[in-house]
Design a protein around this ligand. Structure first.
Ligand code: P6P
Length: 342
């Protein structure tokens, strides 16, 4: 009798990625290997994040630690860890991160591959000192420049719907890696005792109507009246919208993940201080938009789907409303009636 998948069968991310690749005979395996590379980076960053509280003992950033290594700020450590994991593999040609003003070309020594990685190495890193969950967000595009020339900014400034893959690592009560390659959204939980990400959330679907709304209400007086109407409806309910529970951690990946699993809507609208809001399009909003849409949700800037926005520059910000389909549609309808951007 052939092997039977029982509900208790342990599926590592490596095995899952391989099985997913088999669904695409044309696949070369390069994307699969790139996802493995990111997996390795995730394990290394997770190990360091878990020890963050020990910097007083092990030395904070700038100090030289017991093994003589220069202690780095965790977000710079995360930035380097991802880059080191991918830049010599011949699978990637250029990377861009929130920590660097310009994209970084992969070294000429190894063949420059066909993929581009845009990432936020450690989003919410200001929460590290108070032991609040933080995350890494990544977006993978195909190179669009000629392989005969140098990769460049044009390979990074691509519209979100062209992403090949996207996902995040959440360093929470457990470390989870959630990703999509356009074939649904799948979540893996790190078992640190064996150093493996195990399939824990196959084919994640986000509820159409959310339990939670997530927004920093201290910005209330800086929002447009239309945004205030949207948030008031989520808070108090109105004719069509049941009142929701408020949940706001102030760490994007943590807020996003809770809402993805339980249903909810996250908002970071523009305001009088910053018309484009606070969150970045290329390596925060666009990858999370791909994940949420693959899970049945929506992501918008208040008027247009995030995945349709054509970036003009690397660190461009965007208003961001993301989560349960019915809730995001409700917000867009209220904002459209007002005729101004979120
Ligand atoms: P605010 C963290 O600094 C971050 O970039 C996101 O992780 C989070 O969603 C947002 O900022 C919180 O911003 O203005 O509400 O503190």
């Amino acid at each position: 009798m052939g092997s039977v998948h029982t509900s208790t069968s342990v599926i590592t991310i490596e095995r899952f990625i391989m099985e997913q690749e088999r669904l695409h005979p044309e696949a070369t395996g390069e994307l699969s290997n790139l996802l493995y590379d990111l997996c390795l980076a995730a394990k290394i960053i997770s190990r360091h994040v878990r020890r963050a509280g020990l910097t007083d003992i092990l030395g904070a950033a700038g100090a030289v630690n017991v093994s003589g290594d220069l202690q780095q700020k965790l977000d710079l450590f995360a930035r380097d860890t991802v880059r080191h994991a991918v830049q010599h593999t011949g699978r990637v040609c250029i990377v861009a991160s929130e920590e660097d003003e310009e994209p970084m070309l992969c070294p000429q020594t190894s063949r420059r591959g066909k993929y581009v990685i845009l990432y936020d190495p450690l989003d919410g890193s200001s929460n590290i000192d108070v032991n609040v969950s933080i995350g890494t967000i990544f977006s993978i595009h195909r190179r669009v420049s000629s392989p005969k020339g140098e990769p460049g900014l044009g390979d990074c400034l691509q519209v979100g719907k062209k992403q090949v893959a996207a996902g995040y690592i959440l360093y929470g009560s457990s470390t989870m890696l959630v990703y999509t390659t356009g074939q649904g959204v799948h979540g893996f939980t790190l078992d640190p005792t064996i150093g493996e990400f195990l399939l824990s959330h196959p084919d994640i679907r986000t509820p159409a109507v959310g339990k939670y709304y997530s927004v920093n209400e201290s910005n209330w007086n800086r929002w447009t009246p239309a945004v205030q109407r949207v948030v008031a409806a989520f808070k108090n309910g109105d004719g069509r919208m049941q009142a929701k529970n408020a949940r706001y951690i102030g760490s994007l990946v943590a807020d996003f993940h809770r809402n993805l699993i339980s249903g909810g809507v996250f908002l970071y609208p523009g305001d009088t201080r910053s018309a484009e809001g606070k969150l970045r399009l290329l390596y925060e909003a666009a990858p999370l938009a791909l994940v949420v849409e693959q899970a049945g949700g929506l992501a918008t800037d208040g008027r247009r789907p995030i995945l349709d926005l054509v970036p003009q520059h690397l660190h461009q910000k965007t208003p961001f409303i993301v989560g349960s389909k019915t809730d995001v549609e409700f917000a867009v309808e209220i904002l459209a009636a007002d005729g101004v951007p979120a």
